[in-house]
Each structure stands twice: as C-alpha cells, then as structure tokens.
Design a protein around this ligand. Structure first.
Ligand code: FAD
Length: 436
C-alpha cells in the first residue's frame, strides 16, 4: 500500500512521519528543493514561513498551549522536534527554525519506506490514499484542480474580523435588538458609542499601526473589493463608518429610546454564544492595536480577543461542504486534506490536522472504527469547526470558544483548567485506542 502525501510543510511532515512509522510506503511530494512558494526558502521540510514561535506553552491557561500538549500526548513528531530545538522565549515555545526544519527532514529521511519526490503536483487520483497538505500558498495548478473538483470553492484571501469571547462583553453597555425590530433573536449584540467616544475611536483608528504585507500579497487587489479593511474605509471620511459597519439607523437603544450616534454589531459565531465576531470589521491593524482601538467601545472595554482580524493571502477550501470531521473528503473517502488549506489557522493547528488526518487514514485502511476527538479537545473542536455547516466559514485558530462549554462558572481561570483536564483525559483515552 502506497500513500501519497502532497506537501512537506508542517502538516505533511507530521502525517508522513506517522504513516511511515506505521509501516506504510509513503511518497512525499513537494515542489522543494527545485521551486519554492513566495514565502518558503529553506530546502528542508517543515519550514516555518514567518515567526519562529509556536505560541504559549501554558497547558491550562492557553488554548494553543493545551493543543500542543494534546498533540504531544498523541505522539506528535513535529512537536517533539520543536522541543528538541527550542530557544528561550519566556512562556512561549520558540524554536531555532534552521535546526527545526533540519531535524524534521532528518527524521523523515531516516525511513527507508519514504520516497521523496520533487514535483509540482497538479492533480490527484482520488482512488489512491492521499493527504493534500499544500498549505496557504498551494501552487496554481493544484489550486485549479481543487477548484474544478470542489465546486463549492476555494478561497485565496483571508479577510477576517476579530472574534471576541462572549463572556468578556460588557452587556450593561450593549443591547439586543434587530434593526428596525423590537426584540431580536439575540444573535446580534449592539454596542453603542456616543459622539465623543466615536471621535476618539475614529482618530485612534486612522492612526493605528498596520501590519505590513508581503510583496506577493499585493498581487490580487481585486479580492479586496468586497472586504475593505475598516481602517481603510475610515480614511474616506469621518462619517463613512457611520454609514457602513457602525450604522446606528434602526437600532433603538432601550435605555435612551433613541438611535445611538454610532453602533458596532457583534454576531454570534457559534450557537452557545461563547464567540462573537465584530460585523464588518475586517482589519489589517497590528494585533495589539486592534485590542487598544476596538476596546474603546464601552461594551468591549474588557474584551478578550479570541482571534484577531487578519488579511493575508491564504488558500483554503470551503471545508464545511467538502470535509468530514476527520479531514477526509466526503466524496472521496481515501483522500484527506490537512494543514492550513482545511481552514485551520496557525502552525500548531496545521500540525494537529496533519496528525488527525494520518491517524484517521491509518484506521480507515485497517478497517478499524474511526476515533472521535470530540469538541472537548482543541484539535477535535477545530476539526468539528471546519466540517460543521457554516455559510460564513473563515479560518480558525485554537481558542476556548470552539470547545464544548464546561459547567457554568464565571471564574475564567478555573474554566480553562477544567477544559484542559477534560481534554487531556479524552486524549489519553484516544491514545490508548490508537496504540493498542
Ligand atoms: C506568509 C505567511 C506567514 C505566516 N505566519 C505564521 C506565523 O507566524 N505563525 C503561525 O502560526 N502561522 C503562520 N502562518 C499560517 C500557517 O500556520 C503556516 O502557513 C503553516 O506553515 C501552514 O502549514 P501547512 O503544512 O498547511 O503548509 P506549509 O507549511 O506551507 O507547507 C506546504 C508545503 O506544500 C508545498 N507545496 C505547495 N503546493 C504544492 C504542490 N502543488 N505540489 C507539491 N508541493 C506543494 C510547499 O512547498 C510547502 O512545503 C503564515 C502563513 C503565511 C502564508
């Protein structure tokens, strides 16, 4: 049995190692070392394209820290290499990127059953077991093939608004109602601001620090038309936002009986209301600046940002229509997607999806029952998020908002601890099943 892994980035390297260790013959395809995407430059596999940080290591206080522990407990090869090559970075896990990629490549090359093929893959044979892990900068030929085969689409750009933790919104400074309606469904939370507050917000917004873009990200200007960053829109004039995403018309504040001067709307991201996105607030501001400026709305003064807004080139499929919750393609069960192309966002999240895809494919090929990571684990919750119906699907990173809530507690520290313990207990159970 030969398995194809397309892409030797973070997800592909993780999947390749797992499957090779299980004894399969694996063909690992990459355009490297002959060619590189615009963000890659290292001939080795497992290259970190930007920051050298895999974020927080706090297992019981940070969702990405918990995700890392889950993956380590499941035997992640790539994270083991990260620990071996770590450099001091406080509470974060940062690595020596050269050593990291070198050791990943060395680990993969230690298998006689892995064949390394340098090729720009442009089509997939759905009858062969395959994991597609070509990342956010998947080459053009394969992107075309994916677009043609999955009519529900392929996105090339992320324009994401920030997501706020529901329990960090100050509801005494907000109200729930539909535009021109009476009492709303509760899906929208309206956050008013008065003239003085709006003026200060406006000044802060247009002067706030912006993230720099890579040269290749300026190519496709057309994609921006429907999703202009809020700070760029604001530059058109003082009142532009009051006729756009901060339009107050029809939103009667029950405390004053009037429409506010300007009004931000938050929309539920999930049914339980643990996450809300800021409607129409796609942004390219630096993350710290988003917190500083958007928290000027009274209802957001203590807001916890679960995910910051980003705008960058990112190829990803419309996973809810295409994928099952083990990252396999609904219409082609031997084919899996893994990594950022599935709609997970971030290094560790990509590694995790590579591991889930590999574990699931192995079990499928052996006719063993699938394991359900459930939404009590961070990796399972990410997989569930990607495969759940969602007309407004956008990439997602590890955060507590996607996990199944625990018993109602206002103590956030305790809540995170309980979620962590529940997750690692589930992972232990799953590890025993997959290693039996
Ligand atoms: C510019 C940029 C900066 C980022 N910075 C960060 C960051 O700082 N922190 C963070 O957590 N996340 C970051 N991300 C997001 C994401 O976590 C990383 O892109 C991550 O590397 C994704 O892992 P992956 O395995 O899905 O893809 P990749 O690691 O990109 O691996 C994909 C591999 O597939 C190969 N490939 C592509 N097309 C083909 C093809 N047709 N045939 C064969 N091989 C192919 C590529 O050469 C590459 O080796 C960034 C993304 C981008 C684009």
């Amino acid at each position: 049995m030969v398995i194809n892994v397309i892409g030797g980035g973070l997800a592909g390297s993780e999947a390749c190692y797992y499957l090779a260790k299980k004894g399969y013959n694996v063909r690992l395809f990459d355009i490297k070392p002959d060619k590189f995407t615009p963000a890659h430059c290292n001939v080795n596999y497992g290259e970190l394209v930007c920051s050298n940080s895999l974020k927080s290591s706090d297992v019981y206080g940070n969702a990405c820290g918990l995700l890392k522990q889950e993956l380590l407990d499941l035997g992640s090869f790539v994270l083991r290499v990260a620990l071996l090559t770590k450099v001091p970075a406080g509470n974060a896990l940062a690595v020596d990127r050269e050593e990291f990629a070198r050791k990943i490549t060395e680990g993969l090359k230690s298998f006689p059953n892995v064949e390394f093929i340098c090729k720009d893959v442009t089509e997939i044979n759905f009858d062969e077991p395959t994991i597609i892990a070509t990342g956010p900068l998947t080459t053009e030929g394969l992107s075309d093939f994916i677009r043609k085969n999955f009519s529900d689409g392929l996105y090339f750009y992320d324009a994401e608004a920030p997501i706020i933790a529901g329990d960090s919104i100050d509801f005494s400074e907000a109200f729930i109602c539909d535009r021109y309606g009476e009492v709303g469904s509760g899906d929208y939370v309206n956050c008013p601001i008065d003239k003085e507050g709006y003026t200060a917000f406006y000044e802060a917004l247009i002067t706030a620090g912006r993230a720099t873009k890579h040269a290749f990200e300026n190519e496709d200007v057309k994609v921006f038309e429907g999703c202009m960053p809020v700070e760029v829109m604001a530059e058109r004039g003082f009142d532009t936002l009051r006729f756009g995403p901060l339009k107050p018309a029809g939103l009667t504040d029950p405390r004053t009986g009037r429409w506010p001067y300007a009004c931000m709307q938050l929309r539920k991201e999930n049914e339980s209301g643990t996450m809300y996105n800021i409607v129409g607030f796609q942004t390219n501001l630096l993350w710290g600046e988003q917190k500083r400026v958007f928290s000027m709305f009274p209802a957001l003064k203590n807001a916890e940002f679960l995910r910051y807004g980003v705008m960058h080139r990112n190829t990803y499929i419309y996973a809810p229509a295409v994928l099952d919750k083990d990252f396999s393609v609904k219409a082609h069960p031997l084919c899996y997607f893994a990594g950022q192309i599935t709609g997970v966002e971030g290094y560790v999240e990509s590694i995790g999806s590579g591991l889930i895809a590999a574990i699931s494919l192995d079990r499928k090929l052996k006719n063993k029952p699938a394991v359900d990571f459930t939404d009590t684990t961070v990796i399972g919750a990410l997989a569930a998020y990607c495969s759940r119906e969602n007309a407004d699907f956008q990439p997602m990173n590890a955060n507590y908002g996607i996990l199944r809530p625990v018993a109602d507690t206002r103590d956030k520290k305790l809540k995170k601890k309980l979620m962590g313990e529940r997750s690692l207990a589930k992972i232990k159970e799953i590890s025993e099943i997959i290693n039996e």
